[in-house]
Design a protein around this ligand. Structure first.
Ligand SMILES: [Zn+2]
Length: 273
């Protein structure tokens, strides 16, 4: 096929592009696919430059957003993303936070408004493949749920049917990570984290992309988000070498399937080339 290919991801916060699609973005770009990132919120609810948590009286959400925008632009450059669009909504915070009720928050924005803003970009780019989160927002964060909702609403209004994927981590993989973390905690004499049942049933995985060629860039992009992904985070503590060996696959489940694809693909553009 000779049509030009475009991939578009709808993410909730600055840094989500790196954590769930940091291998995929540069891999696709290296294959000649145009890549577009839509980031819905400015990430005001992250830790501020003085280290204050969002519930702290002096937490400065606007300063967080300004810093995270710079970090996001660095990550976009590392991941070779062709176009970044920020929808500019205010971070709604985690489920149950008072920020959920801020009328400026993404969570309080009518789905139709967010969908209209996204639709404008979709009509310009006409991506064949779109990635966002499932209806639980992958882990229940209101902004991730809202990213899902505006995406599913916007695609209904397109004059063609894109293939939509949700990011995923297979249960078996998640369990492996958790077991290893627990082993380390035990070895260090640290308090053990409660195990949570998390992840997607392995049988539901539709695409498993080997991103080992670009995992070093994924690590660098995560590092660019230094105000939120600090040195003592799970990923940074792994170090670049071990991260590159371990985080070499990105998984997706199929949400729409206009081409009638079956089985597990290794290419998120399966059926288009
Ligand atoms: Zn997020």
């Amino acid at each position: 096929m000779t049509q030009s290919l475009t991939f578009l991801a709808v993410h909730a916060h600055p840094d989500d592009e790196a954590s769930s699609t940091g291998g995929l973005f540069p891999l696709l770009r290296d294959q000649g696919v145009r890549t577009v990132l839509v980031t819905c919120t400015n990430g005001e609810c992250g830790d501020d430059p003085a280290g204050n948590k969002p519930e702290h009286d002096e937490h400065d959400g606007d300063a967080v957003a300004a810093l995270r925008k710079i970090e996001l632009e660095q990550a976009v450059s590392i991941l070779k993303i062709d176009r970044l669009e920020m929808l500019g909504y205010r971070d709604s915070g985690m489920d149950g936070w008072e920020h959920n009720n801020d009328p400026r928050s993404f969570w309080q924005t009518p789905v139709s408004d967010g969908a209209a803003a996204l639709l404008k970009i979709l009509r310009e780019e006409r991506p064949q493949v779109i990635m966002t989160y499932n209806d639980f927002g992958f882990y229940g964060h209101p902004d991730h749920i809202q990213a899902h909702r505006i995406t599913m609403e916007a695609i209904k209004q397109l004059d063609y049917e894109p293939t939509v994927y949700f990011n995923a981590i297979p249960k078996s993989v998640f369990k492996g990570w958790r077991d290893r973390m627990r082993e380390e905690q035990e070895a260090n004499g640290d308090e053990l984290d409660e195990g949570v049942d998390f992840g997607t049933d392995d049988a539901d995985i539709a695409v498993a992309v080997d991103v080992s060629a670009t995992t070093p860039l994924k690590f660098d992009a995560l590092s660019a988000h230094a105000s939120q992904i600090t040195e003592d985070s799970f990923w940074m503590k792994m170090g670049k070498e071990r991260f590159t060996q371990t985080m070499n696959t990105e998984w997706f489940v199929r949400a729409t399937n206009p081409l009638g694809l079956e089985g597990v693909a290794t290419d998120i553009f399966a059926g288009y080339r």
